[in-house]
Design a protein. Structure first.
Length: 221
């Protein structure tokens, strides 16, 4: 949904060789674009974290998971993530944080610079970057934990297959379970790597800009 909403705006700006401000002669389109960028970055990331925690709980604590994690609770989690993201990403409309246009004028995002920006804008960008960074690190942590459990299951199944082969049992069911665990392990490893590569640069750059600004001010002092 985020790509469907945002991409046509960028294509229209490039096709007309105009900035987002020029397309509508005001800042409304830019603000809407920036809101979509922040919301559709934060909400899916929170849902991915919930999915990672869900999978980790199911593998690490299956009895606790079966007893306490219900379908109703599972449906409430993405709704809660979207409500939180909607409220947090709407703060710039109420004066906490600011949406700005970035070069070449075809995209807008929250104010990430420290120079000539209000205190509320600085706090909001730092808070957004910190929340995104913590969520990404948490996703990586839980995915690595899940991969460890899958590898343990894969190794245990390998041992069972060897034992069955020694006693004359072909162990076809064990082979199928082993391949499924291996498939999940490889898929999760690739997804974790891609997610980290795509998500971390923007989050790191937000903090890098702040640190660079503080260092420059210290040199001036």
């Amino acid at each position: 949904m985020g790509k469907i909403i945002v991409c046509p705006v960028v294509i229209a700006a490039y096709s007309k060789n105009e900035t987002l401000f020029q397309l509508t002669e005001n800042q409304k389109l830019c603000h809407f674009f920036a809101f979509c960028m922040t919301f559709f970055s934060l909400a899916p990331t929170l849902i991915l974290l919930a999915m990672a925690v869900d999978c980790w709980l199911a593998l690490a604590y299956p009895f606790t998971y079966q007893r306490h994690i219900t379908n109703k609770f599972g449906l409430m989690v993405p709704v809660a993530a979207c409500i939180f993201s909607l409220g947090f990403c709407s703060l710039p409309f109420f004066g906490i944080g600011r949406f700005v246009q970035y070069c070449p004028g075809t995209w807008c995002f929250i104010e990430m610079t420290m120079r000539d920006s209000a205190l509320g804008d600085r706090i909001y960008s730092m808070l957004y970057g910190t929340i995104m960074g913590l969520i990404v690190l948490a996703i990586i942590f839980f995915n690595v934990a899940i991969m460890r459990h899958l590898y343990t299951m894969y190794r245990n199944n390998s041992m069972r297959i060897i034992v069955r082969a020694n006693v004359g049992n072909k162990g076809m069911d064990g082979n199928q379970a082993q391949m499924k665990e291996l498939d999940h392990l490889i898929l999760l490893a690739v997804m974790t790597a891609l997610f980290a590569v795509c998500s971390l640069p923007l989050t790191v750059s937000i903090h890098y800009i702040k640190v660079e600004y503080f260092i420059a001010n210290l040199h001036m002092i």
